[in-house]
Design a protein around this ligand. Structure first.
Ligand SMILES: *Cc1c(COP(=O)(O)O)cnc(C)c1O
Ligand code: SF4
Length: 262
């Protein structure tokens, strides 16, 4: 359901548009600076999965190559804004970059004393657990920047023994592990599935962070869950789980200064 194209993608529904987060004109060179303290870098256009609900499914990645010139622009942006203390590597999937490329980027960012954290958002380990190399974990752990890996796991079945092993490597190295999920009809919009997901995440040493309402991207309306159902699911999670395993239910609204809790 998450990866195979489906005829329902041709359904046109009001409000489901190509660029729900108004990003197309936002980032000039692979950098999205929408939130005060953090800047998001579209490091790699490619992804290991073409999720059918992807909110960037119409994003012109080819126009957003992040090369040496773009890196210099990023450094300048950060240096000109003392509020920025965290760099988020996103995509696409930043773990499509090699360890060497990530090392070079880190080395540059580490020279900026205002930065406290480096965050990597990735779904790639779900399909390629071996990408969680010990080498990269140790490189990140050795950085003066605190490193966070935010996984993107939607269903407990995505947490394979191999993924658990990779996550244990990173947890042992001292990397903070968080997870974000997208609430998806027919996949995880079910209190038992979400409860099991949060439990399985913690068993794999990952803390649930966000549960996102779907971004209303054209072609994904069959995955949408109403706010009413989403709130009822959250309520059930609060009943089923300890507080620290309940993700924040949020939506991204273009132009808002942060994610918006439901
Ligand atoms: C979601 C997002 C972030 C990170 O937000 P957090 O609430 O800090 O996780 C940063 N930049 C952009 C453009 C985002 O969409
Ligand atoms: S991994 Fe994320 S960016 Fe890549 S296709 Fe899936 S939702 Fe989109």
């Amino acid at each position: 359901m998450q990866v195979m194209p489906h005829a329902d993608e041709f359904i046109e529904r009001d409000g489901f548009i190509a660029d729900p987060l108004a990003e197309l004109n936002a980032g000039q060179y692979g950098v999205l600076h929408k939130y005060k303290s953090r800047v998001l870098v579209i490091l790699r256009g490619g992804c290991a999965i073409n999720c059918r609900y992807c909110f960037r499914r119409h994003f012109p990645y080819a126009d957003h190559h992040f090369g040496p010139a773009e890196l210099e622009q990023l450094i300048e942006l950060i240096q000109n804004d003392a509020n920025i203390n965290e760099v988020i590597l996103s995509g696409g999937d930043p773990l499509m970059a090699t360890d060497k490329q990530l090392d070079q980027l880190l080395t540059r960012l580490e020279q900026l004393p205002q930065l406290k954290r480096i965050r990597i958002h990735s779904r790639l380990p779900v399909v390629l657990p071996s990408r969680l190399t010990q080498e990269l974990a140790h490189r990140l752990a050795a950085s003066p920047l605190q490193a966070i890996l935010v996984l993107h796991i939607n269903h407990p079945q995505e947490i394979s023994p191999a993924l658990k092993q990779g996550l244990a490597l990173w947890a042992d190295a001292g990397i903070t592990l968080l997870n974000q999920s997208v609430l998806l009809a027919q996949i995880n919009a079910d209190a038992d599935v979400l409860t099991e997901l949060c439990e399985a995440l913690f068993a794999a040493r990952v803390l649930p962070y966000y549960l996102h309402q779907l971004d209303q991207v054209a072609g994904a309306s069959h995955f949408a869950v109403s706010d009413e159902v989403a709130r009822a699911l959250l309520h059930q999670l609060q009943v089923n789980l300890p507080g620290f395993l309940v993700p924040k239910l949020v939506r991204e609204i273009a132009g808002e200064p942060s994610k918006t809790p439901l």
